[in-house]
Design a protein around this ligand. Sequence first.
Ligand SMILES: NC(=O)C1=CN([C@@H]2O[C@H](COP(=O)(O)OP(=O)(O)OC[C@H]3O[C@@H](n4cnc5c(N)ncnc54)[C@H](OP(=O)(O)O)[C@@H]3O)[C@@H](O)[C@H]2O)C=CC1
Ligand SMILES: O=C(CO)[C@H](O)[C@H](O)COP(=O)(O)O
Length: 512
Amino acid sequence: MTTAIKSIGVVGAGNMGSMMTLRFAELGLQVSVWDVVKKNVDDAVNCAKQDEAITGRVQGFYDINKFTKSLEGKSERKVFMFSITHGHPADEVLRMIKPDLKAGDIVLDGGNENYRNTERRQRECEEIGVSWIGMGVSGGYQSARRGPSLSPGGDAKALELVMPFLESYAAHDPKTGTACVKRMGPGGSGHYIKMVHNGIEGGMLSSLAETWQYMHEGLAMEHGEIGDVFNKWSESGELRGNYLVNIGADMLHKKRTPHGDRKGEGSSRDNGYVIDDVLDKVVQDDDNTEGTPYWCLMESAARHVSCPTLAAAHYLRVASGNRIERARVAKKMEMPMPKPIEGTRDHAVIIENLRQAVFCSFLASFCQGLELISRASKDEGWDVNLGDCLQIWRAGCIIKSDYIADLLQPALAGKNELTNAKFVDAVSHELRQKFHSLKQIVMEGTMFDQYIPALSATLEYLKYEGGLGLPTQFMEAQMDYFGSHNYNKPGIPGEDPGPVHKGPHHYEWLPA
Ligand SMILES: NC(=O)C1=CN([C@@H]2O[C@H](COP(=O)(O)OP(=O)(O)OC[C@H]3O[C@@H](n4cnc5c(N)ncnc54)[C@H](OP(=O)(O)O)[C@@H]3O)[C@@H](O)[C@H]2O)C=CC1
Ligand SMILES: O=C(CO)[C@H](O)[C@H](O)COP(=O)(O)O
């Protein structure tokens, strides 16, 4: 392996950090690992002990001073990989290790972090000559162990030094062998791109979950049957090589074993589907230890980029978390529950419409995310190459979608600006072609009370993003009526068509 990095200090031995520790040792590095939770350190070290190939390469520490000292003199510089909770935990650890940091040292922050925090730490570390690299790591703990998708951003020289190591760690595009890691740009660009990746991930997760339930409740399909359909979808066509569809198929075939999770019976019988033991609550947002989809929505609003699929997906998961209140509202309002879809329509036709609808919603999620990245890159002067984003998402990550990558990567190669993804011919063609199926699914789903927030948000998004004569005509007039906000007039050059500027006209609808 060609890397100048011979040792590394891993901060955090949770789901991700423990897997990184093992992989780094496999790549030939001497790994020191520290975690605030002793058991995490012990587990990582014990795991490493069981693997002869990496014997002696992993050393665990409970004391953070001993941990940083252990890296002294092993390499030209100390290199750290952070994999802990975002926000103040990362600040606390930085405060603890800072006295031991020397000019030239490099910290790779591989957690999910708000890019503004990353930029603040970059400024703080720059003062002592230390490079803080904000790096998205995607693909969950399996990829952290086998090769994730990486989006580092920060100082170019520091990144050049660690790039051979990152390239050896990252997933590789099976088609070209290219590593799924690129320097995204300066500042917090790397963490920003991971944040958007997770926003897209949210849109895709919801679209697919809605589709699963549509089949289960609407078409009365067994989980295993749906798994078979997902398997077919991921083999060819627009959903081929799609990570979420692929693991969805695997998940839907999993039957409960006698061992279970040893924490309760759930609703499935032995040999029943594991998914029947999973309650419909996403509680990820409850304690603010994760924040990427929420930051993504805040960013899309602040930068005036429409991301309704990502937003609808997020609000569904937020609402799902508070099941106690949902149950009370359900009782009070007697809300209808999803029903079997009746009618003459052949199930095979509905399933094909669902396939096209889910693809359409996936593609729309990418469009929304890429437009947000492009806008932020322009605002922040990051100069992010959008083709590189597609390249790093080719393998090892949750939003891996072969067909979408094949469609978008050539169109966006070398492109640093994309005001509107629908300007790309291949994209507008695909969205237009799938529009009818999506509409059919939303219409039938609405009729039979299916839960389809992300799918229907995508439908409306396509309608209004490509619509003329929007109801905002009335909205604009009302805002002028009560707030004297002015408006543009139809058919006046400079106004129609014209830039996104406040119009010059006001009508005195009702004198004060
Ligand atoms: N899990 C995943 O699929 C992915 C996670 N990430 C990101 O990677 C990072 C790690 O995630 P993951 O491994 O799943 O999380 P874990 O909760 O498994 O591990 C995080 C570790 O950070 C520790 N920690 C919390 N607060 C502090 C503190 N104040 N000082 C020191 N350590 C602290 C936690 O301790 P304690 O248990 O006591 O809180 C825990 O040991 C996060 O930023 C996450 O967003 C990125 C990609 C994928
Ligand atoms: O980063 C991830 C995947 O890409 C992690 O799974 C993370 O835990 C997702 O959590 P959230 O959606 O709340 O940020």
